[in-house]
Each structure stands twice: as C-alpha cells, then as structure tokens.
Design a protein around this ligand. Structure first.
Ligand code: EPU
Length: 345
C-alpha cells in the first residue's frame, strides 16, 4: 500500500487537471481495502472517499478534502476451462489494454475490438466500455466488489448490474458505494472476429482484407490504428475520450432533423429508436475545432474535448455546457455526459 498526503492528481487523470487530494491511497489487496474502511469506522472519519481508476473518464472539479482510493489489485486467475470457454478473473487495477494484450497472448478471444482503450479493468466494468461493436458486458460474468461503508464483500452477477450503453448500476444507483476488486470474464478459445461495425468494415475493405484472412493480432493492430487516427493521445493532449454519450432518440426526432439535414448519419436501434452520432450534431453547431479558454473541441473528432494547456475542471465544464446547450438549441436533443464529474462542492 502507498499513502501520499496532499498529493497532486495531475498524473492520475487523462485530462491532466491539476487538483490535489488530502490523502491518496494505492492499495494492493482486498484485505488492505477492508482495513482502510474499518479504520475510518473506528475513527468516525466521515470525510469524502472517492475511488478512481486510471482517471480516463474523469473531470476533477476541485481539490479533494478527503481520501482518493486507487486499486493496484492486478492478479489474473483462470477459474475454469470448459470446452471452448475459458473463465478468468482479473484484478480491478490492471491496465485495460495490458489485460487485452494478455488475453490475446494467451489465446483467449473476445476483447480484440476493445484494444487501446485507456483505463483499468475495474472501471471498464463500472462504465461498460465499448468500441467497434463490442462492449465489456459481452464478456463480463461477475463483478466482485467491496462495500465502502461496511467493508462487506459483494459478488454481483452481470444481470444484477443492469448493463446498458456506457451504463451499469455501479455508476447509477450504486455509484460511490462499491469499489470493484475483481472482474470475472468468459472468453473463448476460438477466434470469432466481430467485424460488422461500419468504420471497421470500411477499413478492412480499404485495406483489401477479407474477413476470413483477419487474425486476432491483425484486428488488434487495425483497431489501435483506427483509434490513433481519431483520438488524441492523452500523454500529449489531455482528454477523456468521448465526452458525451451518443443520444438515442425516437424516430420522429431523427426524421425532423433529416428533413433539414438530408443524409444525417444514424443507426437504427431496437424499439423504433435511432442513435445519432453526437460528434455529427456538435459539428453542425460549428463547435468542431473551436476553443473556449484552455478547453477545446478536438479538431479531428468533435465528440472529444481537449485540454490545450492548464485547463481546470471548471474550464472543461464551461465548454461542455456551451456545446450541450447549443446542440439542444439547434436540435432539441439534450446530451448526457459520458465523463464523470468528481469533487463538485
Ligand atoms: N462524426 C462527425 N464528426 C466528427 C466525428 C464523427 O460527424 O468529428 C460522425 C460520422 O458520421 C461518424 C460518426 O460520427 O461516422 C461516428 O463517429 P466515430 O466512429 O468516431 O464514433 P463515435 O460515435 O464518435 C463511439 C464511441 C467511442 C468508440 C467509437 C468506435 C461513444 C460515446 N463513443 O464514438 O468510444 O471508440 O464509437 O466504436 O459511444 C469512448 O467512449 O470514450 C469512446 C472513445
């Protein structure tokens, strides 16, 4: 365990926002986490307790006058191996992409399309990360967590967590209550690539690669290149990936937009609903590439907000509100942020 006091969180969030935590604790085991919670109980310590992962989806709004917890639990254990299925438990503190690489090196398939996503295994299960037609929930069977109030260990099955698009109960009604310690995945020994996602299928066509020629290593490489083309590297330009969720609206709403914007991009969803790319809506309002102080809408992907240097959480939030309100004014659609705001007074 490592405990730092009055520590900067600048290296702990991909926006690179420079706020401080009164106490920053990196713990290495479930027992250490439980000890910390029991200690708080004994000392009747009611100061804020915030759990972070690698900070790739966070907007830190101010100094944290309490404890910031971070898991370094990173063990990988095969729990069963039955026919084509391999069941593996991974520690919440593993970097997500190291986990994906480990799976591919081990011949465990299912995560190829989720290559290159920043963040950690625990946060992936909270957020239900997704890309190129695959979501974390497709392979998650169970999530182990510790109750931050009682230190009790909970074992959630995926169905209890109500997974949806960039959603789970762990960021909904259970937000702030549990720290994920391990995630149990079901992966496959056979490689069955998921290649239907538009941008991926287009890229394979462009490279003249047939579906049956695609290997897992090749797929990972292509996904990494597609991402690098659109998403800025947080080490060079602070950002949190997609800032908003893509809105899912009733078909009439889309038809109304298409009447004035023929050919507006969209994806049909179940229940006569339509998903409209938030990036497209933002681009129509003229925000793509524009800045407000030290925060800007990324010039290559309008769904990404970047820190051009020294932005605070308030700067990011100010730009977010302007973009969201303009889109609502133009199209009558109100965005929901995918990024999470932490440390609001
Ligand atoms: N588009 C624009 N302008 C832009 C960028 C995109 O009009 O500046 C339009 C285009 O029509 C494009 C469409 O938006 O075809 C979709 O763009 P893109 O393929 O880049 O995907 P996205 O919807 O912006 C989503 C996820 C990403 C994920 C990609 C690939 C959300 C909120 N975001 O982005 O996830 O990597 O698809 O699957 O669902 C993340 O969650 O942080 C993230 C990066």
């Amino acid at each position: 365990m490592q405990i730092l006091t009055n520590s900067s969180l600048r290296q702990r969030n991909t926006f690179g926002i420079d706020v401080r935590a009164r106490r920053l604790v990196d713990y290495d085991s479930v027992a250490e986490l439980q000890d910390l919670i029991w200690q708080r109980q004994r000392q009747a310590d009611a100061s804020p307790l915030i759990h972070i992962g690698r900070g790739s989806n966070l907007v830190l709004m101010g100094d944290i006058e309490g404890t910031v917890l971070h898991s370094r639990i990173s063990d990988i254990v095969v729990t069963a191996d039955e026919g084509d299925n391999i069941y593996v438990r991974a520690g919440a503190g593993l970097a997500w992409d190291e986990w994906v690489a480990y799976c591919l090196d081990s011949g465990w398939y299912g995560h190829e399309n989720l290559s290159g996503i920043p963040g950690e295994v625990g946060a992936a299960a909270v957020q239900n990360i997704g890309a190129y037609g695959v979501e974390a929930k497709d392979t998650i069977l169970y999530v182990d967590a510790v109750d931050l109030h009682t230190a009790e260990v909970r074992h959630f099955c995926a169905a209890e967590l109500d997974y949806g698009y960039r959603h789970s109960r762990l960021k909904g009604d259970l937000q702030g209550r549990y720290a994920v310690t391990h995630v149990h995945f079901r992966l496959s020994h056979s490689f069955r690539p998921c290649l239907h996602y538009g941008a991926l299928a287009d890229e394979l066509r462009r490279r003249d690669i047939r579906d049956y020629d695609v290997t897992a290593a090749m797929l990972r490489q292509i996904i990494m290149e597609l991402r690098a083309d659109k998403l800025p590297d947080p080490a060079r330009l602070g950002n949190a990936g997609s800032f908003f969720k893509n809105p899912v609206v009733p078909r009439e709403t889309y038809d109304r937009i298409a009447a004035t914007h023929p050919g507006a991009p969209h994806y049909d969803m179940p229940g006569d609903m339509v998903k409209i790319p938030a990036a497209w809506l933002i681009e129509q309002t003229g925000w793509k590439g524009r800045a407000l102080g030290p925060a800007a809408v990324y010039e290559r992907q309008a769904l990404v907000i970047v820190n051009t240097g020294g932005a605070t959480g308030a700067d990011i939030a100010a730009l977010m509100c302007r973009v969201r309100d303009d889109v609502e004014h133009h199209f009558g659609i109100r965005f929901e942020a995918e990024a999470q705001f932490v440390g609001l007074p």
